[in-house]
Design a protein around this ligand. Sequence first.
Ligand code: PLP
Length: 411
Amino acid sequence: MGAPAQIATAASWRSDFPALAQDIHGQPLVYLDSAASSQQPAAVIDAVARYHREDHANVHRGVHTLSHRATEAYEGARDKVVGFINASSRSEIVMTSGTTESINLVAQSYCRPRLQTGDKIVITHLEHHANIVPWQLVCEQTGAELVVAPINDRGELELEQMLEQIDDRVCLVAVAHVSNALGTVCPLSRIVEHCRARGIPVLVDGAQGVPHLQVDVQDLGCDFYAFSAHKMFGPTGTGVLYGREELLDAMPPWQGGGDMILEVSFEKTVYNELPYKFEAGTPNISGVVGLGAAIDYLQGIGMDRVAEYEHELHDYMVSELRKVPGIRLFGEAHDKASAQSFLVDDIHSHDLGTILDHQGVAIRTGHHCAMPVMQRFGISGTARASLALYNNRDDVDRLVEALGKAKEIFG
Ligand SMILES: Cc1ncc(COP(=O)(O)O)c(C=O)c1O
């Protein structure tokens, strides 16, 4: 497909997102903070509003029409997730409040009953705090050890060293699909292949994977895959834990309450079947409806097109940023998606972020909930621009122009 056709298509994607059509401090908004939370297309906003206006009731337990409709909408969204990540069945899709809860669920329900003193969990130096702290907690609870695979100066995993760290005391390996701070795409297939041969499950933190890359959990061969709706054009407070059925089946419930049971007496409770065993209490029904609409939206475009478009735009962003005098890029891995971290001269990242905001350019600054990444590079934080399918080359040009202004101010 030629470049002009790509640009025309992307322009129409952008107009699907009402929040982007506004001025900030008198300038058209350039939104480059999608790694923190993406904007929502009208299709998602409308689906959630329609649900609230017409269909809202509690799910599963009701015999009346609205409850049937709410249940259909909620369970219909689960079916969409199955197709979106190519799970084997709806039993493998647990609705959670987000990536963080999904990872905590696995730490407490899969690892905690299995871990003993001297056992290990392997993570990487790239991880978001959500894929560090839950493992630290379970290690503290059980006497297990947290092992951290190193990264190099380009922000790539030192894969051979990581594979050597994965020995027969390892209970689980947890790794990001894409680093939120550096944009590195991790070599999942090599890691999964190595772990599968040793019978070690792999959890993938897919928070930054699903919005940008085609994800096929069966093809990846991972055992768990966690992600959040709000980073893929859906609402906040909603997410997914994919788990291989065999593993989820063998895990005890994580939280107790309504909906996760078949029968309760004071003597004994019989738990519900998968995936409901892990969904205690009233779920975030409207959030899940919004997630379903976000999946429809992304599938309407096609994840292969999203990935191709963003890849080209990311390359353009990096090449333009490199032209800014005094810039230091953090995260120069061979395989990258969406995010680019940087610093300019000795301007503090928060100052950069504030000056850019005054020019209508929204970026994220600070440690990005990845303090160990910052420690690895000897810095306290970075400025980070992260792309989504609604961004274009003009956005990148505005970013670079705004950085020039920041340099003038601090000159
Ligand atoms: C790589 C990664 N993992 C986990 C999370 C946590 O996601 P949430 O706060 O939606 O649970 C984030 C959020 O930025 C992330 O980027």
